[in-house]
Design a protein around this ligand. Structure first.
Ligand code: FPP
Ligand code: MG
Length: 303
């Protein structure tokens, strides 16, 4: 089995529960269902956004923000924005034209529960909502901070980031990728958004460029470690725990960290990345304990 530890440590557990509740309540408040024909779209957005997922990305934002004493409510708003992008990407990734999946976060995928048109529009709307949240004064009083947050999220989500990585993934079935190419693909597809979470903390904390190196290294390493764990879960995890179909990578004949390294080396690599990620935080004290715990959880999780 993959994990040495299958449940998060108590502090991490309560931090995940706290941010999970905050994100659920924020989505609930932002997405009241109107009494008009758009109701189906709002209901669909709520179906995918509320009450599911580990909320790892929002947790990374708030844990990063706490290093720089950023107001919690503002940090949660930035976390909500990245969760909007994440949820939209899962909705579109599950569509028949992409991965064609029936199960996500333990329930039917959105296009299964509703229909494809609604799922596309719900994804589009969550994408737009992310930028609406960041551009709002409630996220930060300084307009330069708001613009930087939005600019960096656009870069992380677009063709130079997540969408670009997804494109590489879609064409990967037609070619044989080496380890460097798989690393690049995953850095774009998963890593860019994780990178934004820590960058957002630095932006809101007004940390100068030279002070961001450690956080960037941390984000890069946990992004890859998280993805290796994802590959291992696809191979060895259960549908019940992950809440999604497993065994997809082998079925698709795609190169992954696992197919290239084998389970033993993949596990070692993930562990080494976690240690390296934690080392990047050496300039911080106890205030970075939560980030250290998230790094460990990224590979020790069973879902
Ligand atoms: C699981 O996250 C998700 C990933 C490892 C990222 C997969 C990337 C995509 C689906 C990108 C798709 C892009 C487009 C443009 C369609 P998680 O384990 O944190 O999931 P959770 O939030 O449900 O816990
Ligand atoms: Mg998928």
């Amino acid at each position: 089995m993959i994990p040495a530890v299958t449940s998060p440590t108590p502090t991490l557990q309560s931090a995940l529960a706290e941010i999970g509740g905050e994100i659920d309540r924020a989505f609930d408040a932002l997405l009241p269902v109107p009494a008009d024909p758009r109701a189906r779209l709002y209901e669909a957005m709520r179906y995918s956004a509320i009450g599911g997922g580990k909320r790892m990305r929002p947790l990374l934002v708030v844990a990063g923000c706490s290093l720089f004493k950023v107001d919690r409510a503002r940090a949660v708003r930035a976390g909500l924005a990245v969760e909007c992008i994440h949820v939209y990407s899962l909705i579109h990734d599950d569509l028949p034209c992409m991965d064609d999946d029936d199960l996500r976060r333990g329930k039917p995928t959105l296009h299964r529960a509703y229909d494809e048109c609604t799922a596309i529009l719900a994804g589009d709307s969550l994408h737009a909502l992310a930028f609406e949240i960041l551009a709002d004064e409630a996220t930060h009083e300084d307009p330069f901070v708001r613009v930087e947050l939005a600019l960096e999220l656009a870069r992380a989500a677009g063709p130079a980031g997540m969408a670009g990585g997804q494109m590489m993934d879609l064409v990967a079935g037609e070619m044989t990728l080496d380890l460097a190419s798989v690393t690049r693909l995953q850095q774009l597809k998963t890593g860019a958004l994780i990178g934004w979470c820590l960058e957002a903390a630095a932006i809101m904390g007004k940390v100068p460029a030279e002070g961001r190196t450690g956080l960037r290294g941390y984000a890069r390493d946990i992004g890859l470690a998280f993805q290796i764990a994802d590959d291992l879960l696809d191979h060895e995890g259960s549908e019940e725990k992950t809440g999604k179909r497993v065994g997809k990578d082998a079925g698709a004949g795609k190169e992954t960290f696992l197919s290239l390294l084998g389970p033993e080396r993949a596990r070692q690599q993930a562990q080494a990345l976690v240690e390296q990620a934690i080392d990047h935080l050496r300039g911080f004290g106890d205030e970075a304990e939560l980030l250290r715990a998230v790094a460990r959880f990224a590979v020790e999780r069973d879902h």
